[in-house]
Design a protein around this ligand. Sequence first.
Ligand code: CP
Length: 311
Amino acid sequence: MTRHFLKDDDITPAEQAEILELAIALKKDPYSEKVFAGPKTVALIFDKTSTRTRVSFSVGVSDLGGVPLVMDSGTSQLGAKESVADTARVLERQVAQIVWRTYAQSGLEEMAQHSRVPVINSLSDSWHPCQLLADLMTIREHFGHTDGVKIAYIGDAANNMGNSYLIACAMAGMHVSIGAPARYQPDVEVVRRAQEIAKQFGSVIEVHERPEDAVRHAHVVATDTWVSMGMEKEKQKRIKMFADYTVTNRLLELADPSVIFLHCLPAYRGYEVAADVIDGPRSFIWEEAENRLHAQKALMVWLDRQQKLGK
Ligand code: CP
């Protein structure tokens, strides 16, 4: 059975910890794994724009001895002229893994269903699990562990980042606190799933309307853009709706004194985060962005090992 990584809990908490351990080892010794020697090719498909994901997967595949094949939706047959299933059948015979940034989660599920090589979700409308591996790695590097660490995610939580923070951080034994307006809170089913996972670790999952309530005693405060890809038409409405959710130094004063700030980027200074926070001493955004590389390399190595073990 081929293992895929389409959402955060497609791996177990123990497997997540194993991948993070490997990511930290690969950061120290970047060229020690050559799973794509040959060189084998990895398909990187982008239906949406990207800087970090495109760069980190391209560099990561090269570091692992392989060749990255970047395909943009506008220049391939996928979507407009050819089905996801037929694309998977073509790719699986020629590439070692398929990395896809797309819109609907159902597309990724269909790709995985028809592919004998691992499929990785590099962002969909529902989940951003590769980003969370990088965030967890950054938290682990900074605090030495993830268990018992409290993260507060502020702003638009009815999106892929809100979902992935809830599930991936719960899997890492963290307390998760969401601060979002009533209309932009996470899906109740995702919250229920996070609470079910958190029970194993004795950690707490909370959803608040007031950002002040969410950040209390938090060790990590994270946010994301208020206008995710595809929502550009709602920009003015969203700016008004989230006006009280800017992460400021005043808000961070309510958090634990050791608090650090994370943002998956790109960021809009003055909107979801104040410039003096994102550019200040509590910000670990550049470490977080770099860790996309190490975490995704670890994920690709781990999936390759699972493939070889026939798991
Ligand atoms: N955080 C993130 O996924 O960045 P890009 O959109 O630039 O890939």
